[in-house]
Design a binder for this molecule. Structure first.
Ligand SMILES: Nc1ccn([C@@H]2O[C@H](COP(=O)(O)OP(=O)(O)OP(=O)(O)O)[C@@H](O)[C@H]2O)c(=O)n1
Ligand SMILES: O=P(O)(O)OC[C@@H](O)[C@@H](O)[C@@H](O)CO
Length: 379
């Protein structure tokens, strides 16, 4: 399916005005930060990267309006307009849709042909699936992501006993993103009852109830899950750390050993970029590029500088300079760790050192603990 099939304007509404009560945290989950960046910024960036998406309307609570403007400025988000939401998700979504029809705050945005509605707390959505949802909405008037039910759905009596259970194979979980012809969903919200505004949870239902459109349902990937509970935040952080940041190993020291060590680490660490024989100047030049392009702002960079020594000598001035450099680049979201490994001609000892170095390097890249910045770890 090609992106140039989208020959009509498409925009997005991201409802983000909830309080995230089910996480049990005081900070609404969409503003919880991972790698110094709020969850909502990752979701916005997902949509920003897609060239056929024209505008992103982020709907936030009144007291999150200014903080949201700050996030947009800090992370250089484009295409984004912020509007205030309401007391329920449907009211918030309607506020977002009104940005294309009524001048609530500032100029009315150009009206899209198709509007995608996507919970701001579902950061892991890909362009391919968004394309499917968009083209299906254009063709059918509405479309929605679905996933198989994990648990069976049952109905209870008023006394709290089982009334009946639904045949699980006949039902699906409704997820996000959803797509609509703008006129279809805007009209639905204009006709929406107070009861639906207050208690409804399903936009596809509104399109059917008030615009007579049966949404096309498309099974989505498992990554569409919504951050709802505290455990989901931990899962999101782990996925973000794994997928959205860069890491590299730089190896300096006695040349013959560093080449051998580099190939050993490359095998052990798999995905991470390996460079050997670097010196401090080259490292500083590389970090300067990261800082100037502000690349690390959106993609935190983890660099493990491994120095191979021939003896347990005191840390030389170059290594001290690396540690000072690490403190300097830390505020640019670049985590530079130093590890010193003593070369041993005794195979068993060297094997043990390389295994230990691999474990330390994996932990530094995975955990990104800022406390370990600025000091030389020793294997
Ligand atoms: N009045 C509301 C309520 C929810 N949402 C948004 O709708 C999405 C999905 O809703 P949900 O997961 O229920 O978020 P919360 O309402 O914040 O969660 P909770 O029910 O635990 O408070 C979230 O991005 C949330 O910010 C919204 O824009 N306006
Ligand atoms: O019900 P909640 O407010 O937790 O989250 C919203 C979800 O229900 C919604 O995103 C999907 O079910 C699709 O409508």
């Amino acid at each position: 399916m090609e992106r140039d099939a989208v020959d009509f304007p498409v925009s997005v509404v991201l409802p983000a005005a909830g309080s995230g009560e089910r996480t049990g945290l005081s900070t609404p989950k969409q503003f919880c930060t991972f790698l110094n960046r709020p969850l909502i910024s990752f979701t916005i960036e997902t949509f920003e990267r897609i060239p056929w998406i024209e505008r992103i309307v982020v709907v936030v609570a009144k007291d999150s309006y200014d903080p949201m403007l700050h996030i947009i400025q800090q992370f250089h988000h484009a295409k984004v307009k912020v509007v205030e939401g309401g007391t329920t998700r449907h009211r918030s979504i309607f506020s977002g849709l009104q940005a294309f029809s009524e001048s609530s705050n500032g100029p009315v945005l150009p009206r899209p042909k198709v509007v995608i509605i996507h919970d701001a707390v579902r950061p892991f959505v890909d362009e391919e699936f968004l394309l499917k949802i968009t083209l299906a909405a254009k063709e059918h008037g509405a479309s929605g992501a679905i996933r198989p039910l994990v648990s069976t759905v049952i109905a209870t009596t008023s006394e709290g006993f089982l009334d009946h259970s639904l045949e699980r194979t006949k039902y699906r979980a409704s997820e996000m993103p959803q797509g609509f012809l703008y006129e279809v969903i805007y009209q639905a919200y204009q006709r929406c009852s107070e009861f639906d505004f207050e208690f409804g949870t399903e936009c596809l239902h509104l399109a059917l109830q008030y615009s007579g459109i049966n949404a096309k349902l498309i099974e989505g990937p498992p990554t569409l899950w919504k951050v709802t509970y505290k455990r989901d935040l931990a899962a999101a952080e782990s996925i973000i750390k794994e997928s959205l940041s860069l890491s590299a190993c730089l190896i300096s020291g006695a040349m013959a050993e560093t080449v051998e060590l580099s190939s050993r680490l490359q095998r052990n660490l798999e995905s991470h970029h390996m460079t050997t024989g670097v010196n401090l100047f080259e490292t500083e030049e590389m970090l300067k590029v990261f800082v100037e392009t502000k690349h690390a702002l959106l993609y935190p960079v983890v660099i493990v500088w491994v120095h191979v020594c021939m003896s347990d000598s005191a840390i030389d001035e170059e290594l001290n300079a690396v540690m000072e450099l690490s403190m300097k680049v830390k505020q640019e979201n670049i985590l530079l760790y130093g590890v010193q490994i003593i070369f041993s001609k005794v195979p068993e000892l060297w094997e043990r050192s390389v295994t230990r170095l691999t474990e330390i390097t994996e932990s530094l890249i995975r955990d990104r603990n800022p406390v370990l910045i600025g000091q030389m770890l020793r294997v």
